[in-house]
Design a protein around this ligand. Structure first.
Ligand SMILES: [Fe+2]
Length: 209
């Protein structure tokens, strides 16, 4: 049986937003929490961020299309971080460079970059929300590279404002479940080399987002 590789979520993201239909919800179950604490999960409401936008600016963002891909983040310096939750091929050394490259090559073919709207609408509550995220959005189409990064940074800065966030301090055995379509999330990297083990389940999309 193939193993599932451990990962760290090191930037703001929507789970699996490099696929056209990302999971509708995510469930986490804390197995092992660092002794001194740390590794809190923080969620930001991407719908609340949309509401912060000036109306004209919101209208502009609504017309834009971006590109999402699983391999975008410059912060992901380790190959082992690239393929969150992917199976390790039978017989491969989990952390070898060769195994990492093989996984990247295979996944890049299986999941090429996709075009996504910068702003999406939640299928159940009708709320507009910011869908681009640091973890998976590489650029905005139709503008220069500099403009693209500036526009993305503008939205990312809003995601990082405390007014749209909630923070959860894990204890062993805790569960968290959230609507993956209308929040972005981040795990605080403040526990050094301590062990933090959290199981994840994602709920399949229903084809409408
Ligand atoms: Fe995640």
């Amino acid at each position: 049986m193939a193993a599932i590789r451990p990962v760290r979520a090191t930037n703001w993201h929507v789970d699996v937003s490099w696929q056209h239909q990302p999971p509708k919800a995510t469930v986490l179950h804390a197995q092992e929490i660092p002794e001194g604490g740390g590794g809190d999960t923080i969620w930001a409401s991407s719908a609340a961020v949309f509401d912060l936008l000036d109306a004209d600016l919101a209208h502009y963002f609504e017309k834009l299309t971006a590109v999402n891909t699983f391999i975008v983040s410059p912060k992901k310096s380790a190959l082992a971080d690239l393929l969150s939750g992917y199976e390790i091929p039978e017989g491969a050394e989990e952390n070898s460079v060769e195994a990492g490259l093989a996984r990247v090559r295979e996944a890049a073919q299986k999941y090429p970059p996709i075009e996504v709207p910068v702003i999406k609408t939640h299928p159940e509550n009708g709320h507009k929300l910011v869908f681009v995220n640091e973890g998976h959005t590489s650029h905005i189409l139709g503008v220069s590279k500099t403009q693209s990064q500036s526009l993305l940074n503008y939205l990312y800065d809003l995601i990082k404002t405390p007014e749209v966030q909630v923070r959860f301090e894990w204890k062993q055995g805790d569960f968290a479940i959230w609507d993956n379509r209308q929040v972005q999330h981040y795990a605080a990297r403040d526990y050094g080399a301590a062990k933090r083990r959290i199981h994840r389940i994602t709920l399949e999309h229903d084809g409408v987002f």
